[in-house]
Design a protein around this ligand. Structure first.
Ligand SMILES: *Cc1c(COP(=O)(O)O)cnc(C)c1O
Length: 606
């Protein structure tokens, strides 16, 4: 997946001088937004996190954008006497190595789909084209029957076949980019990137993808008029999507998602065995790994299913001898049940669900059974109570006693920062639909590669959930072993873009601000929490039910549900509790509204 882009913006654009006055032409505005800014924002929204702008003419305008956008300006000092190919070449050293790059012209007004079509095309290097337009100043394309580039020209009569025109949005592989830079040294300096691509196409396949997209280049006052009166309204119409009612989900996942994540599922029909889908899987795996480790030492295995599928795959596939389970809630109990189902030997330490773990007792238990133990299994954030377990402390014990640590981080990953290497965690199970704010249906295990490699030799205890087999398939074929939840994966890609933009720490901070609003509200309503505040993970709160005689959970749930709030029942046998989670696309004002509604309900049943 492409994560970096170059916008070629060094040229003078003299034909538009009258319209954009002192600024470069890409600062021309459509509905008050300069087209360069629209372009930068679109790039960021599709996950491009390294944007280079090749500048020259009036470079200070571009430099000023650095205050607001994460961009880097690279100067082509010879912009007045060289073409865009020279500007492309000066960007070479600032690109991330071995990654493809999106190459854009700066004077384009285009719909977002144009970027998606290019990013998601199966070809390493391709130019985006569309059916022949009549805006004026078209670059016509001649291609082979295999849709590879032969030639480009502004003069239709130069070419034998001209059924498509160049848009100015292109994808270039790392290898081809290097070749283009070498070509720029061979061609005369005034050549443009199009000339470079045509030369490249003589020895390498440069694919021409043709899509019916809405766009135009703004080079002349006529273009500008056309762009603002025809193209822009059309783009707006295409990009306006129906509003989807937003429910405030206060259950601990699936969590409330953004509209962009919801709509990311709407993609052209695709077979998940195609190369472009494999690229998406690889990129998602790397993004997930990078949230808590490094891709050199760790890897992510994607498994279709809910969070429990990942926990099941992890526990059934990695334990070589006896496991020690630390259990202090329903999800710890689930770990025990999984191990029992597979007849995997385990010892369990039951700890009070409302009290922090006693590390001394755990250590004593480790020492007692040390001869048999190979793994420790525990839940990071126990969703039953909201209690946060100190994985780093158990990780230290694992290091001391040479044990491997497996954690269920289903409800913590993506919000509570985790560093697998520093915390000595070898395996971590989680899911797309909690703090990552994606859709339900995809789970994953993040593993230390060395620890994972060892599991290859263990006899498989199951067929579908065998972790090594999933990993092996992903590594060897870039495909999932079985049919993946295709649309859920597109949503996850978008959710990861949004998580990266927000950052795990900031996401946790936002969740904590929701939790603080919740705590203040509960306090004002005289409602008590099951666990002492200081032990809260601040993601879910277990609340003791009010003792009012007319109180009934279902009744309260119904009242709140009708008002857009979904609350969750308690899970611990004896205590009369209900749970409020504050994960997902929520802000403290949503929690304040919930508190108001809860207050109203309680006053009605008084
Ligand atoms: C949500 C959750 C799971 C997985 O539950 P599913 O219903 O399978 O998605 C596992 N562990 C914890 C701690 C959880 O919060």
């Amino acid at each position: 997946m492409i994560k970096q882009a170059i916008i070629l913006a060094a040229g003078m654009g003299s034909r538009l001088a009258a319209l954009h006055d002192k600024a470069p032409k890409s600062f021309i505005t459509i509905e008050e937004t300069p087209i360069i800014i629209r372009s930068i924002e679109l790039l960021l929204s599709v996950g491009i996190d390294h944007i280079l702008i090749g500048v020259g003419h009036k470079k200070e305008f571009f430099e000023s954008l650095k205050n607001k956008y994460p961009i880097t300006c690279i100067e082509n000092p010879a912009y007045a006497s060289t073409g865009s190919l020279a500007t492309l070449a000066v960007c070479q050293n600032s690109l991330r190595k071995n990654e493809p790059v999106l190459l854009l012209e700066s004077d384009l007004l285009y719909e977002k789909q144009a970027l998606m079509n290019t990013i998601d095309s199966p070809y390493e290097t391709c130019v985006l084209s569309c059916p022949v337009t009549t805006f004026g100043d078209e670059v016509y394309i001649q291609r082979t029957y295999k849709n590879t580039l032969i030639n480009m020209s502004k003069k239709q009569e130069d070419l034998e076949e001209t059924s498509s025109v160049l848009v100015g949005i292109n994808k270039i592989s790392a290898n081809h980019f290097e070749k283009l830079c070498n070509i720029s040294k061979q061609l005369t300096p005034e050549k443009h990137y199009e000339d470079g691509l045509v030369t490249l196409a003589q020895s390498e396949p440069v694919h021409v993808i043709k899509r019916d997209i809405t766009w135009c280049e703004i080079d002349t006052p006529e273009h500008y008029h056309f762009a603002s009166s025809i193209i822009w309204p059309e783009i707006k119409k295409k990009e306006t999507v129906p509003n989807i009612p937003r429910n405030i989900l206060l259950n601990p996942g699936p969590a409330t998602t953004t509209d962009t994540v919801k709509y990311a599922q709407v993609v052209p029909d695709i077979c998940p065995r195609e190369a472009e889908f494999g690229d998406i899987l690889t990129s998602i795996r790397n993004d997930l790994t990078n949230l808590c480790a490094h891709t050199e030492t760790h890897t992510t295995v994607l498994i279709g299913g809910s969070g429990t599928a990942a926990v099941d795959a992890m526990l059934s596939s990695v334990i070589s001898r006896t496991a020690l389970v630390i259990s202090n809630g329903a999800y710890g109990k689930r770990m025990e049940e999984i191990l029992k189902t597979y007849n995997i030997p385990y010892i369990v330490i039951h700890s009070e669900p409302t009290e922090p773990l006693n590390i001394k007792i755990i250590e004593a238990e480790i020492i007692k059974h040390h001869a048999d133990l190979s793994h420790i299994c525990m839940v990071h954030h126990e969703t039953t109570t909201g209690l946060l377990n100190p994985i780093e402390k158990i990780g230290e014990l694992c290091q001391t006693y040479k044990l491997s640590l497996c954690i269920d981080a289903v409800s913590s990953f993506g919000a509570i920062p985790i560093d697998m290497a520093a915390m000595n965690v070898d395996f971590l199970a989680s899911t797309a639909n909690k703090n990552i704010q994606g859709m339900a249906g995809l789970a994953f295990v993040i593993a230390n590669k060395k620890a994972l490699q060892v599991t290859k030799e263990l006899p498989a205890k199951n067929y579908y959930l065998h972790l090594w087999s999933h990993y092996d398939s992903l590594e060897k074929t870039k495909q999932t072993r079985f049919t993946p939840p295709v649309q859920t994966i597109y949503a996850l890609r978008q959710a990861l873009i949004e998580l990266k933009q927000e950052g795990v720490e900031n996401r946790y901070r936002r969740y904590i601000s929701c939790w603080e609003t919740l705590m203040t509200g509960l306090n004002s309503l005289n409602l008590k929490t099951l666990v002492e505040k200081e032990h809260h993970g601040k993601l879910i709160t277990t609340i003791l039910e009010p003792t009012l005689p007319n109180y009934n959970f279902q009744d309260m749930h119904g009242y709140l549900y009708d008002r857009g709030f979904t609350i969750y029942p308690g899970k611990l046998g004896n205590n009369h509790t209900f749970r409020i989670s504050n994960i997902g696309e929520l802000h403290s004002k949503d929690i304040a509204l919930f508190i108001d509604a809860l207050k109203n309900y309680l006053s009605i049943i008084q």
